[in-house]
Write a protein that binds this ligand. Sequence first.
Ligand code: FAD
Ligand code: SF4
Length: 394
Amino acid sequence: MNAEIDILREMGVQFRCGVEVGKDVTIQQLRDEGYKGFFVAIGLQNGGRLGVPGEDAEGVMPGVDWLKTVNSGTAAPLSGKVVVIGGGNIGADVARTAIRQGAESVDLYCLESREDMPMGEEDIALCEADGVTLHPGRGQTEILSADGKCSGIRFRRCLSVRDAEGRFAPTFDDADTETAECSAVLYCIGQRADWKDLLAGTKVEFNRNGTAKADPVTLQTAEPDIFVGGDAYFGQKFVVDALAAGREGAVSLHRFVNEGQSLTIHRNTRHFTPLNKDDIVLPVDAYKKPARAVKGTDPAKVRTMSDERLIFTPEQIRSEASRCLSCGRSVVDTNKCIGCGMCTVQCKFDAIHLVRNMGDAYSKMVPAEDKFKAIGAYAAKRGVKIVKKLASRK
Ligand SMILES: Cc1cc2nc3c(=O)[nH]c(=O)nc-3n(C[C@H](O)[C@H](O)[C@H](O)COP(=O)(O)OP(=O)(O)OC[C@H]3O[C@@H](n4cnc5c(N)ncnc54)[C@H](O)[C@@H]3O)c2cc1C
Ligand code: SF4
């Protein structure tokens, strides 16, 4: 991260940390400072409410808020039994962190059945290996407390999570209930963007789930100089989606601040048609690759805050690399490339190399590293000629 930040700095990006836009500085003030375009990617910082009686008891809080305190080193040590609510990857992160922060036991409850838990098999296995007890198919009904402090939580059985149209509409069996004794409830049931006054006074519109509305290709909002991306636009997604949106946002901003550019021409509309694996003509077996390499575990790091996964061995790296389908996502347009080599020197990670794969079919060009070999003889010949010429003038 630090290396990447250094590179961005070197490229001219200025970082202003500890500044809350909308409070410490407004979009209008930034416009007055001369900024002509904005990319707003504030993520989903608000852990929301649990929505059951008693949720204001001490010890009940959104899992993401608690994780922030762990990350900043300000979390109070956990003691006693902890209940985590939410069967997604964030629930898994919170439950596994609670184990590491001293909880006596961690029980994770969610509406979905075990097969449908959004965290997937990998996180389920990691949770169980850490000692988290999973309770799928349960929905919370009430927080119990003593002297204002959380002392337990009641659940009822969840019969189904979605209706026939696939909409979130859980149904419950009120006769099938259980009570869990606990001193803390950390809930991870979906985050929302916390816009506060960031976009106050702008024309930006919002969806019902709190994400900002924007053109799906250009990411431009109803306020022409404001573009959005990442979780605050998509809703809860992944880092890779946020990065992709950042890239598209940069293209839009570049065009927006340069007069006369179209925001839409030659943009990637990202309309992918998924391969129908049941109706395939290609010999799928020919594309069979080695199985995904499995990382080993360092026993000394299990249930610590260090990553317990071992790095791949050289053999595993080779095997993983051979799984690449060479789909050719990075493409040089051969109709445009003039072979100038600028890209090879611009890439800070030295990831681009210019290789002549047609011998000297078109010219006597040689790679830069071999230039002295190639020009040495010519330079010597020219040198002798020049010396002779100078001598003859005398
Ligand atoms: C616990 C957890 C685990 C996750 N694990 C994974 C994972 O393993 N893999 C994966 O791909 N994804 C994971 N995700 C999802 C991933 O973190 C997000 O999809 C991604 O970070 C979204 O990027 P973003 O840039 O939109 O927002 P964020 O990364 O959330 O960044 C938003 C930034 O905006 C700042 N900000 C907010 N409001 C303001 C304001 N008013 N003024 C100035 N700055 C502001 C915030 O401080 C923050 O720096 C996880 C998420 C969580 C919560
Ligand atoms: S910068 Fe790279 S891709 Fe672009 S023309 Fe030069 S060699 Fe080709």
